[in-house]
Design a protein around this ligand. Structure first.
Ligand SMILES: CC(C)(COP(=O)(O)OP(=O)(O)OC[C@H]1O[C@@H](n2cnc3c(N)ncnc32)[C@H](O)[C@@H]1OP(=O)(O)O)[C@@H](O)C(=O)NCCC(=O)NCCS
Length: 200
């Protein structure tokens, strides 16, 4: 397991990205996951949200993730490239509770690989659909992956604030052969069967 997380913004000397590896997240990943979440919110989640929302949203500490992984019943999956954590997702049953990608890795298919992984796991667990409370800034991302928008919502945040969000969901039984569900190879994604399965 790697606790390393790249925080830099890339630049001209950035190396060619290696294959993406997804593996089950564990308690030891909590500090890294917290850093990825913070960097993603500050670097990518800004546009439609207020400063107060962003400060509260990015304030969740490693302890929160440890709680989510245990008492909260969430299953975490981390995405690594060249042994460095570049993103993660979390799921509780049929609800996708988090998808965060480092700014330097954004636009490279990491987020969609994590969502597809969650879809497969939820489908294997018998869920007919996957739901997400999507932050406003992420609505186009989920829509691109086949999620349909529902009602507006406010996701509670620390300090009494709330994040502007939209309830979205995707049926899992109708897109097995869709273009978005298949070609992970196009973006250097590699499933690692050595990693523990998400759903046991
Ligand atoms: C949203 C997020 C997870 C996307 O991760 P990513 O690795 O950049 O996504 P991908 O590269 O897999 O993008 C998949 C598709 O969605 C599109 N997309 C991604 N983010 C988008 C955005 N904010 N607006 C519009 N389209 C977006 C991509 O262009 C791509 O489209 P394509 O298939 O036509 O090329 C990432 O930007 C992030 O961490 N954002 C901040 C945190 C956040 O809002 N998380 C969701 C909380 S509910």
């Amino acid at each position: 397991m790697s606790g390393r997380v790249a925080t830099g913004g890339g630049g001209p000397a950035r190396r060619r990205a290696g294959a993406l590896r997804l593996r089950t997240g564990s308690l030891g990943d909590a500090p890294t996951v917290a850093r990825v979440m913070r960097a993603a919110i500050r670097g990518l989640g800004a546009a439609p949200h207020t400063g107060a929302e962003l400060r509260a949203w990015s304030s969740l500490p490693a302890l929160y993730h440890r709680w989510a992984m245990t008492v909260g019943g969430e299953r975490y999956v981390v995405a690594e490239r060249d042994g460095v954590v570049v993103g993660y997702a979390a799921r509780r049953g049929s609800e996708l509770t988090a998808v965060f990608v480092l700014p330097r890795a954004a636009g490279g298919g990491v987020g969609s690989a994590l969502v597809r992984h969650a879809e497969r796991a939820a489908r294997r667990a018998g869920a007919p659909r996957l739901r997400v409370l999507a932050a406003l800034g992420a609505v186009p991302f989920y829509a691109r992956l086949g999620f349909e928008p529902g009602s507006a919502a406010r996701a509670p945040l620390p300090g009494g604030t709330a994040l502007a969000a939209v309830r979205m969901e995707k049926r899992l039984d109708r897109d097995r052969s869709s273009a978005k569900d298949a070609p992970e190879k196009d973006r250097g994604f590699r499933r690692t069967d050595a990693a523990p399965p998400l759903v046991r």
